[in-house]
Design a protein around this ligand. Sequence first.
Ligand code: MRU
Length: 309
Amino acid sequence: MKTMYWQDNHLFLVDQTQLPDKTVYVECKTYQNVIHAIKTLMVRGAPAIGVAAAFAMALAELNGENLKKVADEIKASRPTAVNLFWAVDRVLKADSALDEAFKMYEEDINTNQAIGRVGAKVIEDGDTILTHCNAGALACVDYGTALGVIRAAVDEGKNIRVVCDETRPVCQGARLSVFEMQDEGIPVKLIVDSAAGRLMQEGKINKVIIGADRVACGGVANKIGSLMVALAAKRFKVPFYVAAPKSTFDEEISIYDVEIEERDPLEVLYYGKCRVAPEGTKVENPAFDIVPSDLITGIITEDGILLPI
Ligand code: MRU
């Protein structure tokens, strides 16, 4: 399944809010359509947001818009994944927004395959790997970062099992990562987020691999729940890897200066269509965690495995 494609001068995005039940592509004719898709999580995952933002700039260029003004609007769509800002700035410097977006589209696939090759070296035959949220093909143009490492290890003939945290509140682990693994015939189990520690305590997890929305000084930002997984992994001596392209690195700043997106309380108050808390319940809904460097074994990039900065 394609996360996105360009056809007849429009961008088509698979609506990830409807997966795994329905595969529906939304047609984006304007940059505003792409901003809406980013804000509502139709397209999500740091690399996918970046490439979608580049195509949003291309749509704006084709529609004769002021690209500097559009760039600011696109950058305001979500705050945490640095790929969004990286992509928009890169397109602003290019001669043609569309050509640059196509370049980024191709690069994303090649980069993820390189991350996969690098990461597969730390995966042993028989490993059970825990992952959180979705850092798969759906979070990128294709192949994925954390799930790309798993794909590459499986392609090398290693016998791998995957455990996916459901990743409340919007369950990208349950809906998207389980879906991707099942689709490829890779053995996968789903757990509730709070079961991750229990499985590590029982020795049922050999490695954790997650993605990242930003890698900065002092740690990594990734989906809420990542910190609890990292703490449990440290306690039970399970290697904890982050798989991320260099486009997710923001080495100039402290990870504690990254804006953590706060999302709609309704995501917490409802489980799917079912309300799970009484009327009037107050909610905090931070979408991302910061995992400090001392909890991270290594960062798997296209250029090799790096120690956290
Ligand atoms: O809110 P989302 O779904 O955009 O969050 C996605 C994640 O946290 C991913 O793990 C991260 O972007 C890495 S994707 C390769």
